[in-house]
Write a protein that binds this ligand. Structure first.
Ligand code: KIV
Length: 271
């Protein structure tokens, strides 16, 4: 019997239990029905419908252009492909930074129109009030600190964050504020491993790292990077489990050859 058959839907409660038991949490992104089905059947704990869809699905340079309607479309497709994983959806840039009412309305739209189980927002103390309002409405919230790609134009680069003492100190107080605001978990992106350890040890809720070392309570990768679909993207933190770009490229070349030579379709492949 495979893992997904033994275990029912992962909840924010089981998420917390995993941290309490010291069981690491495995999270991956997905943006469509077919991929979500594969990840869910493989037994991944959490699927993040990340706004990285803006990059890997739509081909934008940043996550900024993706809209709330587009995120809802991706999220609803992912939900239809899952029966076990907890599904968390990114609130896109511009859908929550205005004020806490806007944030709540955006979170409600995601939950109502996609069937997702929670939302993720980027930022610290400056969005704590919005998080409180969303949590008060019964919507689970995942935080996101460190490299927050929606602020790329403020940072100027995608390099490691919080190497300096002042930013590290801010991150440590931000994570406490996010916990207090009611986040059930926090993503820590591209920060030094030692800082991620200190932040993780300072809170009761699970942390999920990406480029944040081994001490987080779980790990997340962008699925397209992890299976080698994003050609040429090889940051140090990324472990590429497949070279799917080359695999698909080879298959497509074979198909083209077969069509051009008249080898496809053959006698068995027709009516
Ligand atoms: O959008 C995304 O894929 C993310 C992960 C990198 C955590 O936020």
């Amino acid at each position: 019997m495979s893992v997904h058959q033994e275990i029912k839907r992962v909840t924010t409660h089981s998420f917390q239990e995993m941290k309490n038991k010291g069981e690491k949490i495995a999270m991956l992104t997905a943006y469509d029905f077919s991929m979500a089905k594969v990840l869910d059947e493989a037994g991944v704990d959490v699927i993040l419908v990340g706004d990285s869809a803006s990059n890997v699905m739509a081909g934008h340079e940043t996550t900024l252009p993706i809209t709330l309607d587009q995120m809802i479309y991706h999220a609803a497709s992912v939900i239809r492909g899952t029966s076990r994983a907890l599904v968390v959806v990114d609130l896109p840039f511009g859908s929550y930074q205005g004020n806490s009412k806007e944030a709540l309305n955006s979170a409600i739209r995601i939950m109502k129109e996609s069937g997702a189980h929670g939302v993720k927002l980027e930022g610290g103390v400056e969005i704590a009030e919005s998080i409180e309002r969303i949590v008060a409405a019964g919507i689970p919230v995942m935080g996101h600190l460190g490299l927050t790609p929606q602020s790329i134009y403020k940072f100027g680069t995608y390099t490691v964050r919080a190497k300096e003492e002042a930013e590290a100190k801010r991150l440590k107080s931000d994570i406490l504020r996010l916990q207090e605001a009611g986040c059930f978990s926090v993503v820590l992106e591209k920060i030094p491993a030692q800082l991620a350890k200190e932040a993780t040890d300072s809170v009761l809720i699970p942390t999920i790292g990406i480029g944040a070392g081994p001490h987080c309570d779980g790990q997340v990768l962008v699925i397209n990077d992890m299976i080698g679909l994003t050609k040429g993207f090889t940051p140090r933190f990324l472990r590429q489990y497949l070279d799917l770009f080359s695999e698909i490229n080879g298959a497509v070349q074979s198909y083209i050859k077969d069509v051009k030579s008249g080898n496809f379709p053959n006698e068995k492949e027709q009516y």
